[in-house]
Structures are given as structure tokens and as C-alpha cells.
Design a protein around this ligand. Structure first.
Ligand SMILES: O=C(O)CC1=CCC(=O)O1
Length: 96
């Protein structure tokens, strides 16, 4: 199942810089692990914003939910999820 996810990060302005750096490093490590596993298919920066557009490929809505909730930056994110399905004109046979 494919989901388009918009994540907007809002770290408190008074957050300890070391804490912020650690959260970002932990987020990066998990994001790269999930990309290696094929769960996090695309990760794009939205130009001009501390936000990203991502595509997740997961087995269930529950898996997506659990995955998003375990992101280190989750407490500081606004998240918008859009479910996607195959377009009949798509030439990408491996998309589902
Ligand atoms: O910087 C972001 O958009 C939040 C984020 C998601 C994965 C990552 O490494 O940072």
C-alpha cells in the first residue's frame, strides 16, 4: 500500500541545540534504515520549508501509523497522509 505523507517539522525555538541535533541524527538514521528496507520509498525536501514529501510502501494503515509514531521528530511534526492506488495509465508495472 502506497501513502503520500507530508511532514512539517516545528522544533521549539528554545529547544536545546544539542537535543535538536540528536533528534535530527536519530531521525536520519531511522529514515535511512526504512529507505534501505523499501518502506520509505521517496523522501523529498519541500523547497523553502522545513518539511518533506514522502512516499511510504507499507502492508497496512496500522504499519504506517506505527512507523510514523516512532519517528524521533514525530512530537514536533504536523503530518498529512494521503492514500494512493495505481493509476490506470501508469506504465510502472511494479507500482501497486
Ligand atoms: O527534515 C525533515 O523533513 C524531517 C525528516 C524526515 C526524515 C529525516 O531525516 O528528516
Amino acid at each position: 500500500m502506497l501513502f503520500h505523507v507530508k511532514m512539517t517539522v516545528n522544533l521549539p525555538v528554545d529547544m536545546n541545540p544539542e537535543r535538536a541535533a540528536q533528534l535530527k541524527a536519530d531521525e536520519k538514521a531511522l529514515a535511512q534504515r526504512l529507505q534501505d528496507q523499501g518502506k520509505w520509498r521517496h523522501l523529498w525536501r519541500i523547497a523553502g520549508l522545513y518539511a518533506n514529501y514522502s512516499v511510504f510502501d507499507v502492508d497496512s494503515v496500522q504499519e504506517l501509523h506505527d512507523l510514523l509514531m516512532q519517528l524521533p521528530l514525530y512530537p514536533y511534526m504536523a503530518i498529512e497522509v494521503t492514500a494512493m492506488c495505481r493509476h490506470p495509465s501508469s506504465i510502472r508495472e511494479d507500482d501497486r
